[in-house]
Design a protein around this ligand. Structure first.
Ligand code: OGA
Ligand code: MN
Length: 301
């Protein structure tokens, strides 16, 4: 099956048209989508009309789904099934979250560069975000191509970071935003986890940086040096030539490869406008250190 693919950038983001994701897809079509996904890392499927079940069913073609962080958030009543993450600014009754809502402040963490679920021992492989309602301005999503960013590093840096293991923790990224309303139970459920700093994607053999605002420390390195290195690499990886900014239309489904991209949501007037976006996340089969065949380090909580 030939897909109708329109590159949006040179080799990083593409639109796939003439494909109705609400219908069951045959194997050849799924295979063609996968091939496009390995090439581009960000695929946009415009004008999709999906129920939550159809969204979940399409995502399952790419592997088993993660359940959302909702299971850790005992205080929040979720609007959507556990297989989807609620990335909206809405709460019960589809009302806009209050200014001092804990969930709202937590969602603001998505405005930092990250890759999904790298703070979990087994991180996210692919995310599929579907837009049901979008604000008239702002609320875009920026994606950084960490394959191109890796390729553009100088040899000395490539050598320096080869084999390094970073520690990712959701508390680190939320603390960077000034959010510190974690309960003891949440802190224990989400300890720092190891992730390699450079990954090789098995399907393509391409190497890339694996970075996020969740990463703060590096195993065997002084904290300050680690932070400086991570900040330098993130600054490198987010130069304009590596970034695609997605301006959402209602009914866009955007799918990205968490293994080799970073992303963040840009601000919008979230006390005034609704932005209803929901995400299905496909998990990896194992931790990235295990997948690289390296020994797992001990990490202090
Ligand atoms: C996400 C995310 C950013 C956005 O869904 O994982 O980070 O723009 N979203 O909503
Ligand atoms: Mn995200």
């Amino acid at each position: 099956m030939e897909l109708n693919i329109w590159p949006v950038t040179d080799g990083f983001a593409a639109e796939v048209v003439d494909l109705d994701l609400s219908q069951a897809l045959d194997d050849a079509t799924v295979e063609a989508v996968k091939q496009a996904f390995w090439t581009y890392a960000v695929l946009v499927f415009p004008d999709q009309k999906l129920t939550q079940e159809q969204h979940i069913d399409f995502a399952k073609h790419f592997g088993p789904l993660e359940t959302s962080i909702g299971k850790y958030r005992k205080d929040v009543k979720m609007r959507i099934p556990l297989e989807l993450a609620d990335v909206s600014n809405l709460g019960e009754g589809n009302r806009i979250l209050d200014e001092d809502s804990r969930l709202r402040q937590f969602q603001h963490g998505n405005r930092l560069l990250h890759t999904d679920s790298s703070f979990k021992f087994v991180p996210g492989r692919a995310s599929l975000l579907y837009a049901r309602e979008i604000p008239p301005a702002g609320g875009m999503t920026e994606f950084a191509d960490e394959r191109a960013a890796y390729a553009a590093l100088d040899d000395a840096t490539k050598e320096q970071i080869d084999g390094l293991i970073a520690e990712h923790c959701i508390r680190y990224s939320r603390m960077r935003m000034g959010y510190d309303r974690f309960t003891e139970e949440e802190i224990q459920q989400m300890p720092p986890v190891p992730q390699v700093l450079v990954r090789t994607i098995p399907e393509t053999g391409r190497k890339n940086l694996y970075l996020a605002s969740h990463a703060l420390k590096i195993v065997g390195m002084e904290d300050e040096a680690a932070r400086a290195l991570i900040d330098r690499l993130i600054a490198h990886a987010t130069q304009r030539q590596f970034v695609y900014t997605h301006r959402w239309r209602v009914n866009d489904l955007v799918m990205w490869d968490n293994r080799c991209t970073m992303h963040r949501g840009t601000p919008f007037d979230d006390l005034r406008y609704k932005r209803d976006v929901q995400r299905a996340t496909v998990g990896e089969p194992a931790n990235s250190v295990e997948m690289a065949g390296l020994p797992l380090p001990e990490i202090a909580a």
